[in-house]
Write a protein that binds this ligand. Structure first.
Ligand code: NAP
Length: 251
């Protein structure tokens, strides 16, 4: 069977551990024949990221803190790219447990910087590396458009991120660079565990979603393959739900 990403090079940001959605995407991209560059946030994660990168056959694993302009500018040294996966988000733990109305200015701005503005900065740095066109994608969540208990400041950041996707798609479309978001259903990862009562969300989705289950990282990763591949060539500016259908339900 032909590999969907043969001959393509992909940069994947946000590998923290083997449960990271970024890691599932790296494995799927590798399966489909892509060359991989992986990034991690800080020295603390270097060893883990290098080990996972070796397992996924990455040609390079390096640090990229998306709040650091030197790191972002350094991305350009890594040659030509065909696909970029932005799988990065952060908010203070207390902002994911107390009432949203209590969100501080600093907490709000931090979540916006790491989780939304970084998509703009990453797109700017990497679009310059996509001379033949390409596909940039990010990960979002239903909490951008509906109230999900405790998602709070991250909901506001994801709403901003989804708007960024549309504006970036409009700017970069003439260069044949597509920009999309995958809205994943809840999945147990390190970030998700920071949200108070996250296990209740998992339980409710499994009962109410049309497929009567939660989605898994491999399903998210296969949608990322589609978006990175030529099969997704007509798709840009979209938010694609991979959530066992939960987002269509009213009650
Ligand atoms: P994850 O494994 O914790 O991944 C989040 C990544 O963001 C980590 O690698 C984290 O690094 C990184 N990050 C945080 N601040 C950063 C910075 N300043 N610079 C660079 N990287 C930074 O959790 P995940 O669930 O796979 O999250 C990936 C994406 O999927 C996020 O955008 C998340 O919102 C989204 N998403 C997740 C779910 C879910 O239920 N899991 C659902 C929908 C969407 P550190 O570990 O060092 O902080």
């Amino acid at each position: 069977m032909p590999q969907l990403l043969e001959g393509k090079t992909a940069l994947i940001l946000g590998v923290a551990n083997k449960w990271s959605l970024a890691y599932a995407i790296a494995q799927a991209f590798r399966r489909e024949g892509a060359s991989l560059l992986l990034t991690y946030q800080g020295e603390r994660l270097r060893q883990t990221a290098e080990g996972l990168g070796a397992d996924a056959g990455a040609t390079n694993v390096f640090e990229c803190d998306v709040t650091n302009d030197d790191h972002l500018n350094g991305l350009r040294e890594h040659g030509k790219l065909d696909a970029v996966v932005h799988s990065v988000a952060f908010a203070n733990r207390e902002d994911l447990s107390r009432p949203f109305v209590e969100t501080s200015r600093a907490g709000y701005l931090l979540a916006q910087e790491v989780s939304a503005y970084s998509m703009v900065a990453v797109a700017r740095a990497t679009a310059a590396m996509m001379s033949g066109g390409g596909s940039i994608m990010t990960l979002t969540y239903l909490g951008a458009e509906r109230v999900v208990p405790n998602y709070n400041v991250m909901g506001a950041a994801k709403a901003s991120l989804e708007a960024c996707v549309r504006y970036l798609a409009s700017d970069l479309g003439p260069s044949n660079i597509r920009v999309n978001a995958i809205s994943a259903g809840p999945i147990k990862t390190a970030s998700a565990r920071g949200i108070k009562d996250f296990s209740t969300v998992l339980e409710k989705v499994a009962v109410r979603a049309p497929l009567r289950r939660n989605c898994d990282p491999a399903e998210v990763a296969d949608t990322a393959v589609f978006l990175a591949s030529d099969l997704g060539r007509g798709v840009t500016g979209n938010v694609i739900f991979v959530d066992a259908g939960f987002q269509i339900m009213g009650l």
